[in-house]
Write a protein that binds this ligand. Sequence first.
Ligand code: ATP
Length: 259
Amino acid sequence: MIEIKDLTKQYGKLTAVDNLTLSIPAGEIFGFIGPNGAGKTTTISMIAGLLAPTSGSVEICGIDMLKEPKQAKQNIGYIPDRPYIYEKLTAIEFLQFTADLFSMTNSMTKEEFRQRAESQLKIFSLLDWADALIESFSHGMKQRLIMAAALIHEPKVLVVDEPMVGLDPSAIKMVKQMLIELADSGTTIFMSTHTLKIAEDVCDRIGVIHKGRLIAKGSVKELKQQAVLKRQAKNQQHENGDNVDLEQLFMMLTESEQI
Ligand code: ATP
């Protein structure tokens, strides 16, 4: 569902993303983790079609993002790390605005759209605020509205940059559950996160990016084995991967790369 081939982005002399190749099948939640400045947002912006790569390609549901951007983007829901939102609109008006961007409302009556929008707001516990101005919303409510808007056209692929920033524990639980349910129904999810516990809880596979390069990928269990092998090769020590949590694993993988 997401095919990334030899994807590279250079900013002058800096290679922010270096020859990234990844294949993410339908229904998988793929977590992208890495230190600050590793290249996560740059990668996500290229997958979402917001940033042109220097070289390489991205295919969404078999559609090439560079060659057919409009068709490819119809299949994507994108949740940015720093969302822009029109505060003078109500929640329903914002969903209507987003749906119009995807030409959804051409094929729906006003009543059908209202029903779709309300069911989306209900999922994100915002139904009671459907007709309230967004400027009266808390940060967490705005985040949840952005998520509702990203899913209004029922995309096959969801691309999320730092999904849980600013959410309280109950909202985090709700979003985790929502991501798992979406994946169970076949949606492919690519998400970057700094919160390793969230990656561990929801992701089927994780990719670790460091200085623009993918240095490891696999299930949490596979990554733990890789990290222990790397450390053993370096220190000649014998460790058991079962005792390593994702934070230690992340440090092991990125530390050994720095040497
Ligand atoms: P963080 O976790 O801090 O959000 P990140 O992994 O998302 O980091 P990116 O934002 O993709 O990292 O940045 C990767 C590298 O590219 C960094 O060195 C950053 O300074 C650089 N970079 C990002 N955007 C630009 C730009 N528009 N012009 C020049 N350099 C950029």
